[in-house]
Structures are given as C-alpha cells and as structure tokens.
Design a protein around this ligand. Structure first.
Ligand SMILES: C[S@@+](CC[C@H](N)C(=O)[O-])C[C@H]1O[C@@H](n2cnc3c(N)ncnc32)[C@H](O)[C@@H]1O
Length: 215
C-alpha cells in the first residue's frame, strides 16, 4: 500500500516508505477507501498528505471548508474531522456516482451532519454557495487549476488557506512537458507565487502540495 500512495520520486523511495510506515493505522472507513482507491485506481491524496491537510485545518481552527474535486470523499472525511461538530465541509464533485459512494462513507464515518454534498462543477458551485471559507482545498482536473485559483481566492478569508494537491505533477512542471494538465499546474504555481495577496509554499510531499496563506 505504501508505494501506491507515494508520489513523484522527490523523496528517496526508502525514505518515503519510512514516512508512510510511521503513520498511525487508520480506522475502518478510511482504510476501506484507501483499499478501494488502490484497487480501482482512484487518485486520492493518501494518508500522508491527508494528515498535512488536517493539521493545517486544525491549526487555523477552520470551521467552513470548501473542497474542489472530492471524488469518493477520502479527503472530505479528514477535513470533516478537522472542523469538528460545529463545522461544515462542502464536498463538490462532477460525478453523481462518486457522490453516492461518498455519502455511504460519510454515514459510516459519522460525519454526514457536517458535510454538504454538491455535484457539478466546483468552480460554479463555489459561486453558488458563496461567502468566505477558512480553507479551500483544490484537487480538480489539473488543466483547470488556474481557473480554480481565480474562483477560489475571492472566497477565502484573510488568514485562510488555499491548498492544492499535485503541484509537482510527477516532476513534469519542472521539465519540458507542455500538455494542458502540466501547463495548468505550472500556471497555478506561477500565480500563487506572483500574488501579493498570498504567502505560498510548496511542500514536496508525495506529488507536491501547495499551501497558500491569504494575507
Ligand atoms: C484527484 S480526484 C479527488 C480526490 C480527493 N480530493 C481525495 O483525495 O479523496 C479529482 C476529482 O475531481 C473531480 N473533478 C475534476 N474536475 C472537476 C470540476 N471542475 N468540478 C467538480 N469536480 C471535478 C473528478 O471527477 C475527480 O473525482
């Protein structure tokens, strides 16, 4: 299981395996989703990145969270546990089947009451839901990253976090690749460092995680 969640080879394999082996065992629901993700090649963030996401959410006392690209709800559950019973996480995904499956996991995890499940385009849904969020997690299709950034930023409170997965995209962003997904990730990375409204960092964990603090 360790290898399947590890990322772009930015950390030596044995060192990355060491990190994953240190992670505490997950509960039955999270373990079941991890198993499904491996068997069905669903690209979830995995437990090492999930812990970073959850740690940041807890650190800023996040209560209102918007997720762009939630698939079968793995990252959603980690965020829902971070916001606590008074919090709210907006799950958004384009797939009705994903949403139905995610609902089942949310019920089993006991967090359904703090999650709103929305299907459609995350960039349209954030406009429809409106208001400000403490944390926005972006994991939509990679060519849409610049648009996700533009739509998300106005909805992030000052002191809030915009976090994006896969920002090293197996290293392709640093090399000559020019497909639309690589270009999308590369442009997002340019935007987050160019913005004077943000303090941004890239953590080279798994496939790269960008953490942007709104100033
Ligand atoms: C990488 S997966 C998300 C994994 C999830 N964040 C996790 O770690 O558990 C990306 C998901 O985003 C969905 N998606 C991609 N672009 C989208 C968009 N513009 N609006 C809504 N969902 C989108 C895909 O259907 C897919 O289920």
């Amino acid at each position: 299981m360790t290898e399947r969640f590890s990322g772009g080879g930015f950390i030596d394999d044995d060192v990355e395996a060491y990190i994953y082996d240190l992670l505490p065992a997950r509960d039955d629901v999270i373990s079941e989703i991890e198993k499904q993700a491996i068997e069905r090649s669903i690209p979830i963030i995995g437990p090492a990145v999930a812990r970073v996401l959850q740690q940041y959410a807890v650190a800023i006392n996040a209560r209102r969270v918007f997720e762009m690209g939630s698939a079968i709800g793995y990252s959603t559950i980690w965020l829902a546990r971070a916001v606590g019973p008074a919090g709210k996480v907006y799950y958004t995904d384009g797939g009705e089947e994903n949403a139905a499956e995610a609902r089942g996991y949310f019920e089993r995890a006991g967090v359904m009451d703090r999650i709103e499940v929305l299907t459609g385009n995350s960039m349209e849904l954030i406009e429809q839901v409106g208001g400000e969020f403490d944390l926005i997690f972006n994991d939509v299709d990679k060519h849409q990253y610049p648009e996700a950034f533009q739509m998300a930023l106005p909805h992030l409170r000052k002191g809030g976090l915009f976090i994006t997965d896969n920002v090293l995209w197996s290293g392709r962003v640093a090399r000559g690749d020019s497909d639309k997904d690589t270009e999308g990730v590369r442009e997002l990375n340019r935007l987050i460092y160019a913005s004077s409204d943000l303090h941004s960092t890239i953590l080279p964990i798994r496939d790269g995680l960008a953490v942007c603090l709104k100033l």
